[in-house]
Write a protein that binds this ligand. Sequence first.
Ligand SMILES: Nc1nc(=O)c2c([nH]1)NC[C@@H]1CN(c3ccc(C(=O)N[C@@H](CCC(=O)O)C(=O)O)cc3)C=[N+]21
Length: 303
Amino acid sequence: MNMTLTSPQRAENIDGKAAARRLLAEVAAECRAFVDQGHHPTLAVVLVGDDPASQVYVRNKLRTAEEVGIRSLEYRFPANLSESELLATLDKLNLDPLVNGILVQLPLPRHINEQAILRAIDPLKDVDGFHPENVGGLVHGQAVLTPCTPAGCLRLLQDYCGDLSGKHAVVVGRSNIVGKPMAALLLKAHCSVTTLHSRSQDAAALAAQADILIAAVGQPEMIDASWIKPGAVVIDVGINRVTRANGSSRLVGDVDAASVSTVAAALTPVPGGVGPMTIACLMQNTLQATRLQTASAVLSHCG
Ligand SMILES: Nc1nc(=O)c2c([nH]1)NC[C@@H]1CN(c3ccc(C(=O)N[C@@H](CCC(=O)O)C(=O)O)cc3)C=[N+]21
């Protein structure tokens, strides 16, 4: 019997860097239009403490803002900053008419109440989309500022799959900044959505029924082929730094890419997938916030 060993099917790579470049080109064009009208979109980024990963992400955000023409203001504070001092900084940024977007990089030091800080940001300047008012608006299907990572994942899915109506999507992970808003966005895109606790007994069996799997669980390479329906599209939100035996470190996702790419139709790489889209959607949110504020300024001017 002539057994020709065919190499296992390899999932198509969903190129987040290329998708981010396309979105950033749109943002840069709209930013130029604002500047021509005399208003320079401005993003304020607040970093408390010296978490190494946060330093990388904030550096990426500030560099990208400059690339697309968004003015960025950076506020760096020592880890012992008090909650009241941070709140006072946010009050000033909320009231500054030249500041359109405000982002406080998470996580914050443990002595600071994150929810109190996120609630203190003006919802119209909340470019993370974490304020309860924006979260509520998202769940109600309103056009509000939406968390950047889920918005980036949705854009990658729509680029690859087209119309998502009627597709079954599984979200593994229930965080406030990814899992929960991701489920809300997929419902808004007319998907059937299952949100899984990663440790529930039948999680892999339930996940393996889905057309789309979003891995946002924060467990390095936890999701293998047993979680994937053949031909499914997989979006890996994970960003885990793991150390090899020889002491060097590398970034891996929540997906075991070698295993999953033998069954999935397409998969986002880590790095180079969701991360760049998170940054690009932050720039888009900054322009949306600028639009909202300039529109409301015109309305209040007309009385
Ligand atoms: N208020 C707030 N808003 C956030 O949106 C927020 C946050 N806090 N805290 C942390 C998470 C994580 N996050 C990432 C942003 C960019 C990359 C990114 O650029 N990743 C690159 C690799 C970067 C590297 O080299 O480490 C990539 O995947 O290609 C990753 C993760 C935003 N977050």
